[in-house]
Write a protein that binds this ligand. Structure first.
Ligand code: NTF
Length: 841
């Protein structure tokens, strides 16, 4: 408050307050100004990168104006805020999104043309912000877009990794990882060197009675690391709301380095302290659906939780409210268990630092947090070893033990003498060493727990969290089916389709209310419309074909069926089923007469995705796909009938090219393993059909778009356990067609067969955990059906239109409204109508 300018001196401020460009001329003026002054370049020295930088800075200025106003508005409104804690935010590129969200892309397009540039080339200069692995991080990014677009007062909190997810190159068919240093030029972040938090590690706990006879618990003599805030504006679509994503960066507490040590000649150790501190936020862990219990990862988690909580509490304290009102002002959503320490940290702040009674504090904590579970895979459920926490966070370990004690006492009271139950639900697992079960801690410390698709939410209630449903009752557990933002995944990625839709449904209003897509249904048999629809898909395929040619050297026929599987490489996602199916197809083609071949539908199979660097089996799958591609793509007998492509370095910006170009995409996880999946929604929203198992959101997509419009196959989730069990005593009825595929691989058809033996043995000899053998036959038959259906292009296009018209449910706007209603208990913040109108024009 002391830093605000007194009312009688605000005249000059109002007069000169920035307002932002509106016309092409004004835009150009801004771009030239930035290129000449901010970048110190000139028209004699301006490449596409400089044009990108100038454009980004011009739009950044524009966003900052609305951003500041939004933050002021939210502060004055003094209402509840949402805090979304996520270790991953997979934002992708920001410029195109900013241009579309503020409604000035056409202005920029014309302006850039005047200045000698094509807008696509300029946009393509931007480096993806890749602070995430896959679905979990991208979901967080879609949620930020929706929360801003719906005018919720919401902040994201994350880590500012110096290195995001690695860049993938393929060398001789193998994945090679290259560091992703993305911060060289990043106009979208604002360092807040004045917003810092000291975060403590190690040390010991001192309990004593002070001079007033009060019990004091203090955590002392630890090592301090400084968290500095970097803020990223998050613009909403068609609204002046610009929310904030705050990312923390770590630095040693002593500044540049410890001068005392430096002067004493201990240069190395002085620099070492600095580097050790900076290491905390240096790199994103590249595992998807896997936790490995590394100490540095735990440090990252606490560093981020402590800084975020301090920030949230500091903001609350400015309102001078009573602590009991904290949950009326603050809703914190935990994106998986990664931020679970925030629960413990808030309890510590309220009891040790603010002096609240344990029970009073614990009630506040419970009302504040909500926890979203994103996986049932046992290897992905976080557990931290007690000795590790004891050493790094001694006070937090005590609090965890107390939380567990009070929780178990409560359970004992309701279920007397059920010792089995007590040991099953204990937050502490009595193993060697003892482990803290983070999901259990998250459940006990939250008022709502949700899964991310109906099947998944049912599964968590009946399997991993079954006992907790007994203890707390079913109401604590809910479902919020995932969604995606139609702004990025339709309007931005597929502008021609978005425009065609707008021309039929009347306006671009469907981007804010996706259920309006249902108006398209009326045109599903309209000849003219179908022609335009098909033309757009074809143009998108031509664009992808060009990309494939450029990046792999393989030329593919855009008239062929494009079959896409892009996602992290994981055994449970079953890229191996896909590639085995393709080898089967290749063998079939080789065995056909020329007449038979003529009847076949040409197909291009496209794979993309990264393997975690330590995930050997996933890397083997990548290797096999590449080797199959080498053989198939160079076989003259096959020609256009089959091409197998591995696109390297799959990321958000590549997805924006790939997704609009698919005819069929594959979502073929073993039933019960993929919590939701979100790319399935992106493909269908762009008029692609899907082949999938009855897993995750596939089930709800099928319900919405109709069973006739989805290619379903494979084992049901309720049968998975029995089959797994059966594999251990009968291998006799092993699929003969799949065996032929394995024999072909073993013959050395794709190079040294020993490279693939583990992949095959896992299926043949080691229990086939992911049921590849069980589902192979129905998978291949379903692919044959797709071949047949694709030949009838007219019927295919009708389906394509129908499915899009029924995708309204899968907008992330719907999810955010559900979270707001059922978990956060928060309403959007009203924005003045004139501001709304200004934002749209
Ligand atoms: C992922 N979970 C799931 O594997 C996906 O099915 C889901 O779509 C996304 O979350 C988003 O909900 C994880 O990445 C994690 F971390 F939980 F394993």
């Amino acid at each position: 408050v002391e830093s605000s300018i007194p009312e009688h001196m605000r005249e000059a401020w109002r007069k000169f307050s920035a307002s932002g460009f509106k016309t092409t001329d004004e835009f150009e003026k801004e771009v030239v100004k930035h290129i000449e002054t901010t970048l110190a370049r000139s028209l004699f020295n301006c490449d596409e990168l400089a044009a990108y930088s100038g454009t980004a800075l011009a739009f950044r200025d524009r966003l900052v104006i609305d951003w500041n106003k939004t933050q002021q508005r939210q502060t004055f409104a003094d209402q509840k805020r949402i805090y979304y804690l996520s270790l991953e935010f997979l934002m992708g590129r920001a410029l195109d999104n900013a241009m579309l969200n503020v409604g000035l892309k056409n202005v920029a397009k014309d302006g850039l043309a005047d200045l000698g540039f094509r807008i696509e080339d300029v946009v393509n200069q931007e480096h993806d912000a890749a602070l995430g692995n896959g679905g979990l991080g991208r979901l967080a990014a879609c949620f930020l877009d929706s929360m801003a677009s719906l005018n919720y007062a919401a902040w994201g909190y994350g880590l500012r990794y110096r290195y995001g997810i690695f860049k993938q190159e393929i060398e001789n068919g193998y994945q090679v990882e290259i560091p992703d240093y993305w911060l060289d030029f990043n106009p979208w972040e604002f360092p807040r060197h004045d917003v810092t938090v000291d975060v403590q590690f190690y040390g010991w706990v001192n309990k004593y009675t002070d001079e007033n006879g009060k019990q004091v618990t203090s955590w002392q003599d630890g090592e301090v690391v400084v968290a500095t805030a970097y803020d990223v504006p998050v613009p909403g679509y068609g609204t002046p709301t610009v929310n904030n994503l705050r990312l923390w960066s770590s630095k040693a507490a002593s500044g540049e380095f410890d001068f005392a040590k430096f002067n004493a000649g201990e240069y190395e150790s002085a620099v070492g302290d600095q580097q050790r501190a900076e290491t905390i936020s240096a790199v994103l862990y590249p595992n998807d659906n896997l936790e490995r219990g590394k100490e540095l990862r735990l440090k990252q988690q606490y560093f981020w939780c402590a800084a975020s909580l301090y920030d949230i509490v500091r903001r609350f304290k400015k309102t001078k409210r009573k602590w009991s009102e904290f949950p009326d002002q603050v809703a914190i959503q935990l994106n998986d268990t990664h931020p679970t320490l925030a629960i413990v940290e808030l309890q510590r702040i309220l009891t040790d630092l603010e002096g609240l009674e344990w029970d009073v504090a614990w009630d506040i904590v419970g009302r504040t947090f909500g926890y979203t579970n994103h996986t049932v895979l046992p290897e992905a459920l976080e557990k931290w070893s007690v000795p590790l926490i004891q050493n790094l966070l001694p006070r937090h370990l005590q609090i965890i033990y107390d939380i567990n004690l009070f929780f178990l006492q409560q359970v004992e009271k309701r279920f007397p003498k059920d010792r089995e139950l007590l040991s099953r639900v204990s937050i502490i697992e009595e193993s060697q060493p003892k482990m803290v079960r983070m999901a259990y801690l998250a459940i006990v410390g939250s008022h709502k727990v949700n899964g991310v698709a109906e099947l998944h939410s049912d599964l968590i209630k009946t399997t991993i969290f079954k006992d907790f449903v007994r203890i707390y009752g079913p109401d604590k557990f809910g479902n919020v089916t995932n969604g995606i933002t139609p702004r990025r995944w339709l309007h931005q990625a597929n502008p021609r389709l978005s425009e065609l839709i707008a021309s039929k449904v009347g306006s671009y209003e469907f981007l804010k209310d996706l259920t309006l897509l249902n108006k398209l249904e009326a045109f599903a048999d309209d000849k003219e419309f179908k022609k335009e629809w098909a033309e757009i898909k074809y143009a998108n395929k031509v664009r992808l074909a060009q990309h494939i040619q450029k990046s792999t050297g393989v030329s593919v026929n855009p008239k062929a069926l494009f079959d896409v599987q892009v996602k992290r490489i994981h055994e449970y996602k079953r890229q191996q089923l896909n590639i085995f199916g393709l080898i089967h197809r290749y063998l079939a083609i080789k065995g056909m007469s020329p007449e038979e071949r003529k009847k076949l539908a040409p197909r291009v199979s496209i794979f993309g995705g990264k393997a975690a660097p330590g995930y050997w089996m996933a890397k083997t799958i990548i290797h096999l796909v590449n080797k199959v591609g080498e053989v198939v793509n160079n076989d003259k007998d096959v020609g256009d009938l089959l091409k197998v492509i591995f696109l390297e370095d799959y990321n958000v910006s590549k997805a924006e090219i790939i997704v609009p170009a698919s005819d069929i995409s594959e979502h073929i996880s073993t039933a019960g393993t993929e919590a939701s999946g979100t790319s399935n929604m992106k493909f269908v929203l762009n008029g692609g059909l899907i082949i999938g198992t009855l897993d995750g959101a596939n089930i709800e997509i099928t319900r919405e778009v109709g069973e006739d419009n989805v290619y379903l196959f494979g084992t049901l989730s309720e049968d998975v356990e029995d089959l797994r069990h059966k594999h251990f005593y009968s291998k006799t009825d092993f699929n003969p067609e799949l065996k032929k595929v394995f024999d072909f691989i073993k013959s050395g058809a794709f190079g040294d067969q020993s490279a693939f033996s583990a992949l095959i043995n896992g299926i043949v000899d080691h229990g086939d955990y992911y049921l590849v053998g069980d589902d192979f036959d129905s998978y291949c038959k379903t692919q044959d059906l797709i071949d047949e259906d694709y030949k009838d292009q007219d019927a295919w296009v009708t389906k394509s239109i129908q499915v899009v018209s029924r995708m309204g449910y899968f907008t992330s706007d719907r999810c955010i409204n559900e979270y707001a209603d059922t978990i956060w208990n928060i309403e959007p913040l009203q924005v003045k109508e004139e501001d709304e109108v200004r934002a749209r024009t």
